[in-house]
Every structure is written in C-alpha cells, then in structure tokens.
Design a protein around this ligand. Structure first.
Ligand code: ATP
Ligand code: MG
Ligand code: FE
Length: 332
C-alpha cells in the first residue's frame, strides 16, 4: 500500500508518502520553530493559524516529491491525538476532506505510535519489543507484542523528559527549544554538580523530572544569593547526565523484566547525543538490540504517521467521517 501521512499535532506541519510502510517516498516538514521562538514556547493559536496557511501546499509538495497522485494512494493517515486540539483539527480536517473527495480510506493515528513506527523506516520492527518514548509531552515505556498492540509499562508522573530539558534551558537563559541547546552546551562542560536521580519505588518503571528541575533552579538561586557563579555548561551536563542515567537504566530494566531483547528509542529527545551514546553502550553490554531512528525521524514528521497508519490500514483499523481530534487520546 501507498499511504499519505499528515501530522499537525504541535508546531510542525508535515505530509509524507510511504510505500509498504517502509519506504519513505517523501517527508515534507515545515517547522514553525522560528515563529514560536520569540514567545519561548509554542503558542497554540499561532500554531493553528500557521497549519491552516501551510497544509494544502505541504500535502501537494509531499505528493509531488513522491511523484504520485491522489489516485495512486491506498489510504490517508492522520495524527488524531494527543496534541494541541486546534492544531490537530487542521490535519484531521484536511485528511477528512481528502478522504471524502477521493473515497480513500481514512486512518486515525496515535502520535506516539507514530514516534515508535519511525524506527520501522530504518529497520523492520521485530516483536516482542520495548519502546522508550521520550518527547516534548511524553516519557513512556511501551511493550509491543505485535503490530498495533501497545502496553504501557511506565510513564512520567509529572514533567516529560523534553519538557524538563526545555524548562531547564529556559532557566539557563537558552532559547527555545531547549533540548538541542542543552545537548550542545553540555558537551563543553563536566557533570560535576551533584543532582538527584528520581528512581521512585524499587520496582517502578515510572519517571519523575520535576524534582530534578527544582534542584537545578535551587542550585542557581543559592549560588546567586551567595554571589557565586555556577558554570552553565557544568549545570547542563549534570542535568543531562541525571536524565540520561534514569532513562537508560529504566529502559534496560523494562526490557529485562519483559524478557525481550529489543529496544526501540523514539520521540524528539532521542535526538539527544548523550542518551544515544549511553543507551548504545548499555544495550551492547546487556546483549540488547537497540533501534534508533536518524535525527530527522526522531522529531515530529508525517513519515512516521504514514508508517504507523499503514499497519493500521492493513489491520482494517479505519476511521469514519466522524473522526475527531482527541487532545488526550490514549495509546492503550
Ligand atoms: P509529543 O511527541 O509528546 O507530542 P512533541 O511532539 O512536542 O511532543 P517532539 O517533537 O517529539 O515532541 O520532541 C520535541 C522535544 O524534544 C522538545 O522538548 C525538545 O527540546 C526535545 N529535543 C530535541 N532535540 C533534543 C536533544 N538533542 N536533546 C534533548 N532534547 C531534545
Ligand atoms: Mg515540535
Ligand atoms: Fe512528537
């Protein structure tokens, strides 16, 4: 099958064409990062307006780059949620309009399923597996026994990993989005500052990052009161080390607890160089096969949505014209 994917859950307007759920024929991504940067974060109303302005062109561009027409397609897949409701609605409306006018089957995709299926564009997902999903809004450990089946093993109890990166970056005076900025800055520092690790209860696969964030803020505040200066690069490196250590060890624990030998890294934070490095090293030690998508497939893109959508389509999971944007859509 040849599937058109559409993604507008946050601040990327994206459309892609994927063949057989594994070959990316096009993946057009229009980022609104510059627009939101001066506000220090994504402004939902602004995001929706931008999506409206761009969506038609982006879809056409995705078809053109793939050298296909609507008549060649098997289905249209769109991110149904979770995300910003106004932003999601633009993609969902566009997909429904296309489906209605062409008769193409419509598929509603969970954004996090999309992030996991990004890996499939690099090497086929092999089940059973555990996925570590780390993004701007999610930090979850997911078990998959087969295609389209998701079981949640752990989740964040407060901030998502990406959210923690963005908030700490803001405190350090770095621009939005903060994740890549901290990643860059951390390379020039040493993790010499003692910061907490939130392991939670001994058997828990849940995460918590708000305490770590507060610890960073307190360190800065106390130093300022004493008239001292903490090197920002050291603080960034120490913060990143704490996040990476907990993410890595809990992911390994989840894989071993489920007695599987495959781990998939997914979501925007998987662009983090320290996380990639540490996970690779630990998986090597433990004999776990690690699958990490290339950077451009880690952050929001429609290629991953088209891929996840292809497997739902093959499974007969189609949506009707009553498909609606679901800002709090559950994966399991
Ligand atoms: P969700 O997928 O949960 O809806 P989202 O779509 O906003 O959230 P993504 O686009 O998957 O999230 O990822 C964006 C997040 O990834 C941001 O929080 C950003 O700071 C973080 N990020 C991107 N690159 C890096 C990096 N190199 N290191 C750490 N974090 C990063
Ligand atoms: Mg984004
Ligand atoms: Fe995302």
């Amino acid at each position: 099958p040849l599937v058109l994917g559409i993604e507008t859950s946050c601040d990327e307007t994206s459309a892609a064409v994927v063949e057989k759920g594994e070959r990316l024929l096009s993946n057009v991504i229009s980022s609104q990062m510059k627009v939101h940067r001066r506000f220090g974060g994504v402004v939902p109303e602004v995001a929706s307006r931008r999506h409206v302005e761009r969506i038609t062109d982006i879809i056409q561009q995705a078809l053109d780059e793939a050298k296909v027409t609507l008549a060649d397609l098997s289905a249209v897949a769109v991110t149904q949620g979770p995300g910003l409701v106004g932003a999601l609605l633009i993609g969902v409306s566009a997909a429904k309009a296309l489906s209605f006018s062409t008769g193409l089957p419509l598929v509603g995709v969970h954004h996090i399923a999309g992030h996991i299926y990004a890996s499939h564009l690099v090497e086929p997902l092999q089940f059973p597996l555990v996925a570590l999903v780390v993004s701007g809004g999610h930090t979850e450990l997911i078990y998959m026994s087969e295609h389209n089946r998701f079981e949640r093993l752990g989740r964040t109890r407060d901030d998502a990993a990406g959210e923690a990166f963005d908030k700490v970056a803001r405190v350090l005076g770095l621009p939005y989005p903060g994740g890549p900025e901290i990643d860059r800055l951390a390379r020039t520092g040493t993790p010499a500052i003692d910061l907490p690790r939130a392991w939670l209860e001994p058997d828990s696969l849940d995460f918590s990052f708000s305490g770590l964030k507060s610890a960073v803020i307190n360190r800065l505040h106390n130093a300022k009161q004493r008239g001292e200066e903490i090197p920002a690069a050291d603080l960034a490196a120490s913060f990143q080390e704490s996040v990476v250590e907990v993410l890595t060890e809990k992911a390994i624990r989840a894989v071993q607890g489920k007695e599987v030998d495959r781990l998939v890294l997914a979501g925007g934070v998987s662009a983090n160089s320290a996380l990639r490095k540490q996970l690779k090293a630990r998986c090597m030690e433990e004999g776990i096969h690690l699958s990490v998508p290339p950077l451009e497939l880690c952050t929001d893109n429609a290629g991953m949505i088209a891929t996840a959508g292809t497997f739902q389509y093959l499974d007969g999971q189609l949506a009707g014209m009553d498909l609606n944007a679901e800002p709090n859509l559950k994966l399991t």
